[in-house]
Design a protein around this ligand. Structure first.
Ligand SMILES: [Fe+2]
Length: 281
């Protein structure tokens, strides 16, 4: 049991994001605090813990209070001293020497897993002076604003997710030979949030290759149409990073993307943790 603290949770936009101030994640949370924060996480989909300074093991311990840690797919990015945490850095390059911006292009993390992560957490270690925002799309809002006819059409539809879709505009850095990822998995295009019961569109243009039972001529334009609908600005929350931010988001009901719109001579480096989720239904 940790101490009961005087902390605040404040909305960051009408539908997505809340800022938590007054908590030090290096200290264990009391059960009531953890429950309140978990409820806020489900309600707001993105929690921003301000003014944090955890070491990698402290971040890991803090996040284990919210769920089991998931082994991330590309172990090339694991921290040697704390391998359940990976890093994201703008100093990484493709084999041809061009710069790799992890997370560019809307996606939801590891959706090619049978049980994709419920949450991803990023902890800012080094940020550029400006830029590098993370953009989120609220897929509950995207589902709710679909036409009734489209909602009905999507009721039982499933999409096929693979590690890297041949239709993806962004190429991932190759997996090490030892990596184990499923060949292909089908997930519903509309999933029900296991904690809130709300429905959400579940798309991933990086990993989705088609719709079960539809040929590409039918399925691909439909995926494009759903994505274009989802990413409308009215469904977005754009996070501007501040030093000390730890951001935890809900992959079950969000798309996200990174922006490579800053001075690449400045280092952008973050720790990343993922928490185990369940099979989308
Ligand atoms: Fe991501």
């Amino acid at each position: 049991m940790g101490a009961v603290l005087d902390y605040t949770i404040a909305k960051l936009s009408p539908h997505t994001g809340a800022e938590v101030r007054g908590i030090d994640l290096r200290e264990p949370l009391a059960t009531a605090e953890r429950d309140r924060l978990n409820r806020a996480f489900v309600d707001h989909s993105v929690l921003v813990f301000r003014d944090q300074k955890p070491s990698a093991p402290q971040l890991l311990a803090a996040m284990q209070q919210f769920g089991d840690v998931l082994q991330q797919h590309n172990t090339k990015f694991a921290l040697p001293e704390c391998p359940q945490i990976h890093y994201i850095s703008n100093q990484d390059k493709y084999p041809d020497g061009s710069r790799y911006i992890a997370g560019a292009g809307y996606h939801t993390d590891h959706s090619n897993a049978v049980e994709p992560p419920k949450a991803t957490i990023l902890c800012a270690v080094s940020l550029p002076d400006s830029g590098g925002d993370t953009q989120y799309v609220n897929m509950h809002e995207a589902y709710d604003s679909l036409s009734a006819a489209m909602q009905t059409r999507m009721t039982d539809a499933k999409a096929i997710h693979v590690y890297q879709s041949r239709y993806s505009e962004r190429k991932l850095i190759a997996l090490p030979n030892t990596a184990k990822v499923p060949d292909s998995v089908a997930h519903p295009l509309v999933r029900t949030h296991p904690e809130s019961g709300r429905k959400a569109l579940y798309l991933n243009p990086i990993r989705t290759e088609g719709i079960v039972g539809m040929d590409d001529a039918e399925g691909l334009p439909l995926l494009d149409e759903l994505l274009a609908h989802a990413v409308q600005e009215k469904h977005q929350y754009r996070h501007r990073w501040e030093p000390g931010d730890v951001v935890m988001w809900d992959n079950r009901c969000l798309l996200h993307k990174a922006n490579g719109d800053y001075d690449m001579n400045q280092v952008r480096y973050l720790y990343r943790v993922m928490l185990q989720g369940d099979t989308p239904v």
